[in-house]
Design a protein around this ligand. Sequence first.
Ligand SMILES: [Zn+2]
Length: 477
Amino acid sequence: MNVRSVGILCLGLTASDPRNAQDHPPTIDLVITHALVLDVRTGNVLPDRAVLIDHGVITRVARGSGATLPPAARIIDARGRLLTPAFVDSHFHTGFVFADSITATGGGITHLIMDPDSIEAYRRVVAKLYLPYGVTVVRDVGSAEQDLPMLIAWMNPSPHAPDFYPVGAQLVSPESGRVSPPFQAALADSQAAARKVAEYYKLGIRNIKLYWRLREPEFKAALYEAQKLGMNVTGHVDQRVMTIGRALDLGLRNYEHMFTLALSVLTDGELDSLYAGVPEHLGVTRETASGVHGLFFLITMEFWNYIGRDNPRMLALIEKFKADSASLTPTLHVIAQRLGLTYFTSPPRGAFEDASAFTPRQRERALDGYRIMVTYLIRLYQEGIRLNLGTDTHDPGQAGLSEMLLLHDAGIPMAAVFKIATLTSAQDIGQEARYGTIEAGKRADLILFDRNPLKDPRGLLGPKTVIKDGVVWSNTN
Ligand SMILES: [Zn+2]
């Protein structure tokens, strides 16, 4: 144990010593000494730092040797281990964790009880899924409106659960014959779209999610209202209702899911013939294709096989992304885990994500598509386009670490992966003033790694001390 209850770091007297009560500095909550601090802005590691924490906030980062430090209620001697900011998951859904049934495309249907005790109990469930893995801030990008009392209650910060930034429900346009699931809000027209955004704003919500089922009139109205109110807007744009190029022109700057870029560079004719031809490529007939489990992954990756490497249309979209300073949350894990590329795999929640019966040829083609997709992800990274950490699954803490390893496997250096998981994700949800770096004034949300992931990326999965709001949540000391 290297944690002492009361530390005397400089003068040899504590604040409680009656001889010194007048002129001694007050005791602060926590000091972490002898830490190797990662500066995610530069990727540099700063040796022998002392991080001072009081009332949940980093108050100072001092050079350890020779610095005069105030007495602290608790001291953790990092012994040269790596200290980093904790992680931000910018793509979560409560419906994935609390679903008692699943829609055909994977949305979670919840029947939660909205009394204060239940809301608190549900929050503890989410905390256990995140905090042991070092994720201390979460954006929910679409949950049921019936669960709004819970989403709003969770916005009240607690050291015992991740800080929580909901969007309300995903915004969609109505479609004849389609009943929207509870985690979507159907907006009849542009006035209804603006009203919904304003209604969420009044509830304290500051993030909005535009879903691909939103048509341009409602899309524009929701986007402009949110921008007028200073809210953050992210969008999942695909399936030909809108394109990413058009959404960029309208002013949307944050996008979800790398795979969606494929749909935005293919013409309607190409998509039609791909949808028609894909089953044959994959060795199934059109009639039996709907019975193929995990077909979504096969088809989506087949789009990338068609696009191929160095496709001028994809490169032009990336240029546009860069010119418009847009950001992307790749969510690789959700696909990669079905292709055997991840350190853990969640059991499929339904046929739509069951890849266990893929033939070797199907798996190989999907892997080819995935490899092509990540060449463009690297291009985005090399062009300086901001990438964010997002999980989009029901075991999100573990998936967050997996996502980081996949970003590294794709070719992004670990220090840059840490920047993605911390500072840029905090920027993506509009909270870079509070999170994402180890600097005075930021929340004391930190991870102390027993094994340095900058030296061996698998150190991410190793033992770690997680600190949230200056409170030690899990301790390996
Ligand atoms: Zn999602």
